[in-house]
Design a binder for this molecule. Sequence first.
Ligand SMILES: CC(C)(COP(=O)(O)OP(=O)(O)OC[C@H]1O[C@@H](n2cnc3c(N)ncnc32)[C@H](O)[C@@H]1OP(=O)(O)O)[C@@H](O)C(=O)NCCC(=O)NCCS
Length: 186
Amino acid sequence: MLYNKRISLKDGRTCVLRNGDAQDGQALFDNFMLTHAQTDWLLSYPDENSLDAAQEAAFLKEKAMSPNEIEIIAEIDGRVVGSAGIERVGHKDKVKHRAEFGISVDMDYWGLGIGRALTRACIECAKAAGYAQLELQAVEANERAVALYRSEGFVAYGRNPRGFRSRIDGWQPILLMRLALDGSAG
Ligand SMILES: CC(C)(COP(=O)(O)OP(=O)(O)OC[C@H]1O[C@@H](n2cnc3c(N)ncnc32)[C@H](O)[C@@H]1OP(=O)(O)O)[C@@H](O)C(=O)NCCC(=O)NCCS
């Protein structure tokens, strides 16, 4: 999918939100390694990244050409400071209405409105792609992310007390959250 939007941040700077493509492989790889080292909230550690920069470029090219998946990059003055994406849960009839959402922003740029703008951009794309439900999993203690998701309409429908096992903190309970995209309450 393709996306391109310019937004003004809380500090007055301009941020470009756009779909990633092949030329962004190295920058997205660098941002992934950075954000996955900055907090203990994400699914993997930097040393578990299975993609190198070239594979990241191929991944982004594939997303740009996809009719129902996207990786959106947030860029300030040409620097990639975060990304968010939607991925389908599966292609079979019974699950093709569901997409998964993921996001990370460089800590140096938190609190400027980038996370909310990326989330809204992904919700917009998920609706445009025809999904009925957008889903995510968040560490319960990740207050910043959970507050953001709730304020955008996501509701928790479950909790896995042993969702993650952190190298640092041990068990991390995970909230399962979902957002109905088709106007239904169900
Ligand atoms: C979660 C994350 C994407 C938010 O990005 P961000 O750019 O800081 O987000 P925003 O500036 O748009 O702020 C979004 C909301 O976060 C919430 N928030 C901000 N600071 C907060 C705090 N200290 N405590 C609780 N909530 C807070 C607010 O609801 C805020 O919205 P508001 O400013 O309009 O009231 C970012 O913190 C991040 O990448 N974290 C590490 C990776 C991660 O946790 N990813 C999500 C995994 S599920």
